[in-house]
Ligand binder design. Structure first.
Ligand code: ATP
Ligand code: MG
Length: 349
């Protein structure tokens, strides 16, 4: 029997995705844009990827999905999805995995749909192909999926074309397609960025519900730290192609361990910090391919010492399991220099 769309994809707590030492290069010059990125995601876990524009979030997600843009190459590392080494797959095997075990939603849903086919057909086709459902069964399952992603009058929606639907409805259609074959992992890269606030909240609620109902693992990329705080169990902070901090969201937000995370939180809009007029962190990250001798954040860091610019900084695992890439992290934690209370005090009234 074909799997029901409501079957949990994987046993709770099992590791679904494991990325180890991923290196990605871009362009003819093979500039290194993602370096030594390692993380894992468990079944039912939501992990948020944050960091400034150009920090490597999308590149990382696209390699997990096996859809690297032209010019982007994997130059090292390993990606494993529930025991399948994705980095070793051939094109046909990738097609299989992408269509059934991985789901993806991006910022611009319309560009991922065929404008000349009804949205129902675009959902029913993969159900027929991958789950072997007959035409009528596929239609019934598609309508059921449209209902489960909160589309009203799903029967009518089935026969509509993409241009007849709003941005929020299109994103729901894409989410229905993404979860149709019971994937283990859903990657959402800026999936709610283009939507207005109310629709954004609804779509986030939908993702959170699907994750709970199906034990889906969720990899969520967003610029909005408030969204991460609400949806994600864990947060991965990217800076200039590297992970600089990783930990449970609540702990990281309450007590960031890396000066970059603290700076990001200070300019973000969480709770009391709704002060978008604060100057963004001064300076710019190093370009892809640039290889400063020491910490890549040193020249923008309020806490940098001379030694920070001398040698590369490893991502260290703390006793509590959190990871941080800062030589001064322990010292800063002890002194309370990065506590978010202090940041609040520093914000001018
Ligand atoms: N196809 C490409 N060719 C050349 N360089 C690229 C390509 N894709 C990405 N890059 C470069 O790689 C770096 C990381 O890009 P990426 O798209 O992953 O950033 P991001 O963190 O997703 O940023 P944003 O928040 O703006 O979406 C950037 O410096 C970008 O210019
Ligand atoms: Mg991006």
């Amino acid at each position: 029997m074909s799997p029901s769309p409501s079957d949990p994809a994987t046993a709770p707590g099992a590791t679904v995705l494991s990325v180890e030492g991923l290196h990605l290069t871009v362009g003819a010059g093979r500039a290194e844009a993602v370096r030594d990125v390692s993380f894992s995601v468990r079944a039912g876990e939501a992990v948020g990827l944050v960091g400034e524009s150009g920090s490597g979030k999308t590149l990382t997600c696209r390699s997990v999905l096996g859809v690297n843009a032209p010019g982007v190459a994997v130059s090292g590392g390993r990606i494993d999805l529930g025991g399948t080494e994705l980095t070793a797959l051939g094109a046909r095997a990738w097609e299989q995995v992408r269509g059934s075990r991985l789901g993806a939603v991006f910022q611009d849903p319309a560009s991922y749909l065929n404008p000349s086919l009804t949205v129902g057909r675009q959902l029913a086709e993969p159900l027929r192909l991958r789950l072997g459902l007959k035409r009528a069964e596929a239609r019934a399952r598609a309508v059921e999926l449209f209902t489960s992603v909160g589309l009203h009058r799903p029967d009518e929606v089935y026969d509509q074309y993409p241009h007849e639907l709003s941005g929020g409805m299109l994103q729901r259609v894409l989410i229905a397609i993404a979860v149709a074959c019971g994937p283990e992992l859903l990657v959402a890269d800026e999936a709610t960025t283009a939507l207005d606030t109310v629709v954004q909240a609804e779509v986030l609620e939908l993702l959170a519900r699907l994750r709970t109902e199906r034990g889906l693992a969720l990899l969520l990329v967003t610029h909005d730290l408030a969204v991460v705080a609400e949806v994600c169990d864990r947060i991965l902070v990217f800076y200039a192609g590297e992970i600089v901090e990783d930990g449970p969201t609540a702990e990281v937000v309450a007590a960031p361990a890396h000066p970059y995370t603290e700076a990001l939180l200070r300019v973000a809009s969480i709770g009391d910090w709704q002060r978008r007029d604060l100057a963004v962190i001064p300076g710019r990250p190093p370009e892809a391919g640039a290889a400063p001798a020491g910490c890549r954040f040193a020249d923008r860091c309020a806490f940098a010492a001379e030694a920070c610019s001398e040698a590369a900084v490893p991502l260290t695992v703390r006793a509590d399991g959190r990871r941080v890439r800062c030589d001064r992290a322990e010292e800063l934690a002890l002194s309370g220099a990065l506590s978010t209370d202090r940041s609040r005090q520093e914000v001018p009234a």
